[in-house]
Design a binder for this molecule. Structure first.
Ligand code: NAG
Ligand code: NAG
Ligand code: NAG
Length: 674
């Protein structure tokens, strides 16, 4: 059953596909709306038919010819009275000429009626592939050609390089006209450019009775004009033979064009049928685009340029914004101290998290390497949202940059941006002291190293208080602000920064700056920092280094009194067992006199009454062994009491309550507490 159905289907297919072929072959007329399978033409030369039915006579190859002629000859000049064998004929076709170079075509398309399809003796180029120089013009040729010529050849009397001509037996046209069409609407002739690359319509009609040959040209967008372009009296009986082939011949020369025929209708026995212009195969796209290559390229170029300019401009603005700084006139004098943000940005790899050294009370600190000198630096980024007081602050910071002391971290310079101040310091490779004191790493500092650090920091603080041209308060002495250089010398960092908050830049913390556990009691009451309050903090620092404990250990496992380091040391001192408080990690490896002196000095500095604390000058003398603690006026009153177990006097001036600020009342106004 399936087999029968399939063969039936096949038979129907065969029948249907043969109908048009039968029609076209039978009578002396045909219509090809595109040259599909049923088109009965024979190709010659470089002519080819595209898969969409487009007939291409020539491409851009030079000195080539392409022809397409009807497979079978037509009866023209016979004695028979049959209408179809008269000399009359009618044809119309749609063609397109797409030149390689705009306005320079090569050479033509000609509709040709010829007794033979053999043009092997013909020359190309200006002879259009139809004649040669010896047979040109001879009446024995029996050739009629309607040429669509895009080359002007004066020898053949061509009128322009854009003309239509009627050629009889030779290249010299018997009639020709520049390409144009009659507009029925406007009632006048309108010029046409054969090489525009647009499809155009040509009608050729010959009336045997009137011996009149009409050639009519028009764009494909309008119907056949009422008036022909050429209307010429020719007696074809003198020219055509009985059996003639009709078709197209096209040639290229030193210049070449794509020559196309989109559709062709021919009738030997009446007016030729109209072509279905809309159903004709389209021209290849890329060649059409070549029409206006410069305009297209220009448009694209301009668009690309605009996009590029926009992108580069945006990138430039973003880059400007990225590295934007604030610079004011008054900063001129600090020239060498001013770093460009771009350099700092590059040095710290864009302030990448991997370059973060730590985060202190004032901001984040990044390690960096200056590109120009390969010097390592530490960059502190302080967020700062007011311009107010900035001038004074920067002036002070810069003047501190002139300080030179081996126990101070050297300030190299600064940079200012909107909402941000960047301070550039020497890089301290060994980090801060608290890392060594509290980390569980093996890198424990021995007593010799600790004592040297203590003496160094004391010397640095003394320099700030008394040896610099003006008194500079540190206001945040603590182990985490002591940095260690490559030789493990202690260096004070962050000095002077507290001033930033004195200039009213941060209203919430205008008054008290410092860290819980290091704040002198009077400081939390009055808010006024003095050298004495720095000494108090230094005392806490001494105990911290000697005992290896923070001033306030909230996680202390032991007794409540052990929460406050100074209380605990005082307590042990009272019991005559002050050495019990030494850092167990030292395992007793220390100079007893030094340890005892440091602990007692720490207590002394932590005295509740500012006036009872030693000055930094005295502190340095004690540490250097140039003075003895026992020479202090209150020494026996305090420490003598412990050793003799008569503690009443000392108890009247307790360290503990005074030294432990009420956390709740200070918390809110403190900055930088951990
Ligand atoms: C020109 O063409 C004719 C045939 O049309 C041929 O007989 C003749 O030899 C050709 N002459 C030359 C010079 O090729
Ligand atoms: C040729 O053109 C003339 C003038 O327009 C017209 O009178 C004549 O009928 C045309 N002949 C044919 C066959 O179209
Ligand atoms: C301190 O820094 C120096 C130089 O970077 C290094 O050689 C030394 O090992 C460091 N010391 C400690 C204890 O980390």
């Amino acid at each position: 059953m399936a087999v029968v159905l399939r063969s039936l289907h096949f038979l129907i297919l065969v029948y249907v596909s043969y109908i048009p072929l039968a029609l076209t072959q039978d009578v002396n007329q045909f219509i090809y709306n595109g040259f599909h399978d049923q088109a009965n033409v024979r190709l010659d030369g470089i002519a080819e038919i595209h898969s969409n039915g487009l007939l291409q006579l020539t491409n851009l190859s030079r000195q080539e010819v392409g022809r397409a002629f009807c497979h079978f000859p037509m009866k023209f000049n016979t004695t028979s009275s049959d209408l179809t064998s008269s000399l009359s004929f009618s044809t119309n076709f749609v063609f397109a000429i797409v030149p390689e170079v705009k306005n320079l075509g090569g050479h033509d398309i000609s509709f040709t009626i010829s007794p033979s399809r053999d043009f092997s003796h013909a020359l190309l180029n200006r002879y259009l592939g139809l004649f040669n120089n010896s047979n040109n013009g001879l009446s024995t040729n029996h050739i009629l050609a309607i040429e669509l010529d895009t080359v002007s050849d004066p020898e053949f009397g061509d009128i322009t390089m854009n003309h239509v001509g009627i050629d009889v037996n030779g290249m010299k046209s018997v009639a020709s006209a520049p390409a144009m069409y009659f507009s029925n609407k406007e009632g006048k002739n309108i010029n046409l450019d054969l090489m525009s690359g647009n499809p155009m319509h040509l009608w050729i009609d010959y009336d045997e009775a009137e011996k009149l040959l009409n050639v009519t040209l028009a764009p494909t967008t309008i119907p056949k004009p009422n008036r022909p372009l050429l209307s010429t009296h020719i007696d074809l009986s003198q020219i055509l033979l009985e059996s003639m082939y009709v078709g197209f011949s096209s040639a290229t020369g030193t210049l070449a064009s794509d020559h196309y025929i989109l559709g062709w209708s021919f009738n030997k026995s009446g007016p030729s049928q109209s072509l279905g212009v809309s159903s004709l195969p389209p021209l290849p796209r890329e060649r059409k685009r070549k029409d206006k290559p410069s305009l297209m390229i220009m448009t694209v170029l301009i668009a690309v340029t605009l996009v590029l300019i926009t992108v580069i401009g945006a990138a430039y603005i973003l880059r400007r914004k990225k590295y934007e700084e604030i610079r004011e006139d008054w900063e001129e004098e600090y020239g060498p101290h001013r770093f460009s943000y771009k350099n700092l940005h590059k040095a710290t790899k864009g302030f990448k998290d991997t370059e973060l050294l730590g985060e202190g009370g004032f901001g984040k600190v990044y390690i960096g390497t200056l590109r120009s000198s390969n010097v390592q630096i530490a960059v502190k980024r302080i967020s700062h949202d007011s311009k107010q007081g900035m001038k004074e602050f920067v002036a002070e910071i810069i003047s501190m940059g002139r300080m030179r002391h081996r126990n101070l971290v050297q300030l190299l310079g600064y940079c200012r941006r909107r909402g941000e101040l960047l301070l550039v310091y020497d890089y301290m490779p060994n980090g801060s002291l608290d890392r060594f004191l509290y980390s569980n790493e093996k890198t424990n500092l021995n007593w010799v190293q600790r004592f040297r650090i203590i003496k160094g920091v004391a010397s640095g603080l003394l320099y700030l208080h008394e040896e610099w041209e003006q008194v500079v308060l540190h206001r945040d002495v603590k182990a985490s602000n002591v940095l260690l250089d490559a030789g493990l010398n202690g260096r004070l960092g962050d000095f002077g920064l507290a001033k930033l908050y004195d200039h009213g830049t941060n209203p919430q913390t205008t008054r008290v700056v410092g860290t819980v556990g290091y704040l002198a009691p009077e400081l939390t009451r009055t808010g006024r920092a003095t050298t004495c309050s720095d000494v108090y903090a230094f005392g806490a620092f001494l105990l911290e280094v000697a005992c290896g404990r923070r001033p306030i250990e909230l996680q202390a496992e032991g007794l409540l009194e052990q929460v406050f380091l100074v209380d605990w040391v005082t307590e042990c001192c009272r019991r005559g067992a002050i050495l019990d408080t030494s850092d167990p990690r030292l395992e007793g490896n220390y100079v007893v006199e030094e340890m005892e002196m440091v602990l007692k000095l720490g207590l002394f500095c932590s005295h509740a009454i500012p006036a009872c604390r030693p000055s930094m000058k005295q502190v340095v003398q004690f540490l250097d062994g140039d003075a003895d603690l026992r020479e202090l006026p209150y020494y026996s009153a305090y420490f003598g009491a412990f050793t003799s177990n008569e503690s009443s006097d000392f108890m009247s001036v307790p360290f503990s309550q005074a030294s432990a600020p009420s956390m709740s009342s200070t918390d809110s106004i403190l900055r930088g507490g951990r």
